[in-house]
Design a protein around this ligand. Structure first.
Ligand code: SF4
Length: 260
């Protein structure tokens, strides 16, 4: 029998992936896959894509549901500047889908507003917050303009305490091991914690305009930390944890068939 195709990226997280932008994201993460695509495939300049540009047509689109779960947003984040548009679009998704996952490097103003806007949808809405490190200095290097790690944990706690479903994704994992992140977030996670390795990091940072020695050295450090041998040690130590899901970026290296 033919093996089922291994899912990757956002496809592992939901069937339908949606966004409301033409291009750009305020957070300017060095490793951003979407920035690389905009530069490499669409010919945009790194300097042009540091600002979120909303596409009114996407905002107004009639949603064509294909699966049961939608993830939003897959090419940008949720920032206060466009909060009304995000709330409007999340409301549209909740009207159509049985499950909606809001993924974010979360900003407290935005998460509070989303929680306040959809109290009747706690059964449908899951927050999935990206936290790749425990160290805010590491975050500042890789995700310069994104919310701090303490702010993200505060968002997680807020959504959790208000009764929403919560999960965390550590991809790319920016620390040597995920143990510190697990310890930090577990009290506030009701669902799963995804762990993944950065993909094509050297090509991406270079494409995104970060060709300096420090960025290259840090990518090499991540590659060494997350070698096959080291990932196997991490996996063996944590495989009994029922909340952990291993992303395709790790499954492939250590020979897992799926996320568990
Ligand atoms: S938050 Fe996501 S979309 Fe925005 S720059 Fe970072 S990786 Fe890219």
């Amino acid at each position: 029998m033919k093996k089922p195709k291994r899912l990757s990226g956002f496809n592992e997280l939901a069937e339908d992936k949606l966004n409301i932008t033409a291009h750009g994201c305020d957070y300017e993460c060095r490793y951003c896959f979407n920035t690389s695509i905009c530069i490499w495939a669409r010919g945009l300049k790194p300097a042009d894509i540091g600002v979120t540009v909303i596409d009114p047509e996407k905002l107004d689109i009639l949603i064509d549901r294909k699966g049961d779960t939608a993830i939003y947003p897959n090419t940008h984040d949720i920032t206060p500047e466009h909060l009304e548009s995000h709330l409007f679009f999340i409301g549209k998704l909740l009207a159509v889908y049985p499950h909606v996952t809001v993924i974010s490097k979360p900003n407290l103003i935005c998460i509070r507003a989303i929680c306040q806007a959809f109290p009747d949808h706690k059964d449908k809405l899951t927050f999935l917050f990206t936290i790749g490190t425990v160290d805010d200095k590491v975050r500042e290097f890789w995700e310069r303009k994104a919310p701090s790690i303490p702010e993200r944990v505060e968002c997680l706690k807020l959504a959790h305490d208000l009764g929403y479903k919560t999960s965390v994704i550590s991809e790319p994992l920016l620390d040597e091991v995920p143990d510190g992140i697990l310890q930090m977030v577990k009290p506030y996670v009701t669902d799963v914690i995804w762990i993944g390795k950065g993909k094509m990091m050297m090509q991406r940072v270079s494409c995104n305009g970060y060709k300096d020695a420090e960025t290259k050295a840090r990518v090499k450090q991540l590659d060494a930390w997350h070698s096959k041998a080291n990932l196997e040690i991490i996996y063996q130590r944590l495989k009994g944890d029922s909340q952990i899901r291993w992303k395709e970026t790790i499954q492939k290296i250590i020979g897992l068939e799926g996320p568990k």
